[in-house]
Design a protein around this ligand. Structure first.
Ligand code: GLA
Length: 585
């Protein structure tokens, strides 16, 4: 057995055949959590220099992003930059350009990110109305958002050389006709496409179309290397279900704050959504609060837990603290290469929730290479807790030797008795990489390949869902409403719980010879399920509860289509899913 004494980055796996933009979760620094709108170019360059000096850039933190507050006004030719904050943007001809700013970052070996809004106006104009750094001029000049200007602004960002564009959404959420600032004539009314916490009153299709159009603009003006698109619609308007078609990452929740409850809330908005993430498309629970408030140098247990939780779900790792003020222990903590390697594992799987209660949660992330997993044992509560995970739950042979490496304590131990246990302090997360012998080496279960499963159609929307978290159209081991899946009284952690009418696609890449699966209704139904292989419908249809084995020899993809909602059944289960490799027995 190979030792796991080194970092997980040393392991090799098959290179991803999809090789997209943002093949692993983006990493970098953004000023918003620490400075909000009160930062200037000197603050940005200080952070950039710290990333280089502290070797955090070498560790992967490459994107240095500007957030809200950089604009002075829209002019007919471009957006004028606030040169009081960004003096390097002043041009000899009296115009402004971020080109020198971006070139300086590129010269340091870093990448550069910019910020805009999908509507006409921005978040700061609504939420930070007293800021001195708001757009100025006439009502039209203060419309610095993309709406109606997508191609021109995409061309401008490309000319400036940006590598990353964060596109916020307050412009389509906060400027309803009844808003006081709109009534007063300060801003033009925008009939909201997002009504916060009310997906049924929002306009997901309209919003998705705006983002899709902008991504086309970005590609048109930088076809060789389009900037990465970060969609910031806070989990609203079903963005979590469609954003992966346009963006490389998308926010799954409202803004994070530097306290434990907020961190958990944002984590929970992304953690159950493993089926939506994969190379080139990542759930984003928001910037890290490490170094701030409850996650500062006096709270290293919480800071380690925060980074562990983002890493186990393959979230983007965007730092947002002040390097000048932080405890050096924080710099060392965010630079832990073994933790980063879990986040950045080339297989690109988001960790899958194995079990979760209010107190403790266990998440397993398959890593590239046979028999390799990362495991997070999370104490969410404020009292000590012991948690354990069985090798069998990791699809590893409990009777064969296995090793677990604690990547915070940097200790590797043999796993005794097929079970890894940890005593956790309040708020502590223990993060392990585990290597063992696959229990069934020729079989892939759904929880081992979440990045290869895509949600093509979200299907049925529960009409009574009041918050974004309540209903997730496709999950592993759980029904859309969050209930754990049990089949004939036994928990099935590898089953897919899906919404009626949903369509999942599994990338096979000619690797599998067969699939075994049992479509199962959760209520009474005479529903029939459909399975497609490379676009061909297989069999006429598959009835409830009928286990099927289908040949997949040479196939590229498989689609699983759940029946439309039937009385008493709005969700369905693809149980006992096994993808078989190798020769037929
Ligand atoms: C919104 C976003 C934040 C930040 C601010 C800037 O709140 O969600 O991430 O960009 O706007 O005003």
């Amino acid at each position: 057995m190979a030792s796991i004494g080194g970092t997980v980055a040393e392991a090799s796996g098959p290179p991803s055949t999809r090789a997209p933009l943002a093949a692993t979760p983006p990493m970098g620094w953004n000023p918003f959590n620490v400075f909000r709108l009160a930062y200037d170019e000197a603050d940005i360059f200080r952070a950039a220099e710290a990333l280089v000096r502290l070797k955090l850039a070498d560790a992967g933190y490459l994107y240095v992003n500007i957030d809200d507050g950089w604009w002075l006004r829209r002019t007919p030719s471009a957006i004028r930059i606030r040169t009081n904050l960004f003096p390097s943007a002043a041009q000899a001809d009296g115009g402004t350009s971020f080109r020198p700013f971006v070139q300086r970052l590129h010269g340091m070996g870093l990448k550069a990110g910019i910020y805009t809004d999908i509507g006409r106006n921005t978040c700061s104009q609504h939420w930070d109305a007293q800021s001195p750094n708001l757009p100025e001029g006439t009502r039209d000049q203060r419309e610095v958002g993309l709406f109606g200007h997508g191609p021109a602004d995409a061309r401008m960002f490309a000319a400036w050389g940006f590598d990353f564009v964060k596109v916020d959404a307050c412009g389509v959420a906060d400027y309803a006709a009844a808003t006081p600032a709109v009534r007063d004539g300060l801003y033009r009314a925008f009939p909201p496409m997002i009504v916060r916490d009310k997906p049924m009153e929002s306009d997901p299709a309209g919003l998705a179309a705006l983002y899709a159009a902008f991504v086309r603009d970005l590609r048109a003006f930088a076809p060789a290397a389009p900037p990465l698109l970060a969609i910031c619609a806070w989990g609203e308007a079903d963005v979590n279900d469609w954003a992966g078609r346009s963006g490389q990452m998308w926010r799954t929740s409202a803004d994070i704050h530097p306290n434990w409850a907020s961190m958990l809330h944002n984590f929970d908005s992304a953690a159950p959504r493993a089926l939506f993430a994969g190379p080139g498309h990542w759930n984003d629970p928001d910037l890290l609060e490490i170094g701030n408030g409850d996650f500062d140098g006096a709270h290293l247990t919480e800071a380690r837990a925060h980074l562990s939780m983002w890493a186990i779900i393959a979230a983007p790792l965007m730092l947002s603290y002040d390097f000048a003020k932080a405890d050096p222990a924080i710099d060392a903590l965010v630079g832990n290469r073994e933790v980063i390697a879990i986040d950045q594992d080339p297989a690109g799987h988001q960790g899958v929730i194995l079990s979760a209660t209010d107190e403790g949660e266990i998440i397993v992330k398959p890593l590239a290479g046979a028999g390799r997993k990362a495991v997070a044992l999370i104490n969410r509560g404020a009292t000590p807790l012991s948690l354990a995970v069985d090798l069998a739950d990791l699809h590893l042979d409990p009777t064969a030797p296995a090793e677990a490496r604690d990547v915070w304590r940097r200790e590797t131990k043999r796993v005794p008795g097929g079970r890894i246990e940890a005593q956790l302090a309040p708020h502590e997360t223990t993060l392990f990489t585990v290597i063992g012998k696959p229990a069934e080496p020729d079989t892939a279960f759904a929880d081992e390949i979440p990045a290869r499963i895509d949600v093509i159609d979200a299907g049925f929307k529960a009409a009574d869902r009041s918050t974004k978290r309540d209903w997730i159209c496709a999950r592993i081991g759980y029904l859309p409403d969050g209930q754990p899946i049990t089949i004939a009284g036994r928990r099935d952690r590898t089953a897919l719980g899906v919404a009626a009418g949903s369509r999942l696609r599994i990338a096979l890449d000619q690797e599998f010879r067969a699939i075994r699966i049992s479509p199962t209704a959760t209520g009474t139904s005479l529903a029939r399920y459909a399975i497609y292989v490379d676009g061909r419908r297989l069999r006429d249809a598959v009835p409830d509860g009928a286990p099927v084995t289908l040949s997949l020899a040479g196939a590229q993809s498989l689609e699983l289509v759940a029946p439309a909602a039937a009385p008493g059944a709005s969700s369905f289960v693809w149980a006992g899913l096994r993808l078989e490799r190798g020769e037929a027995p």
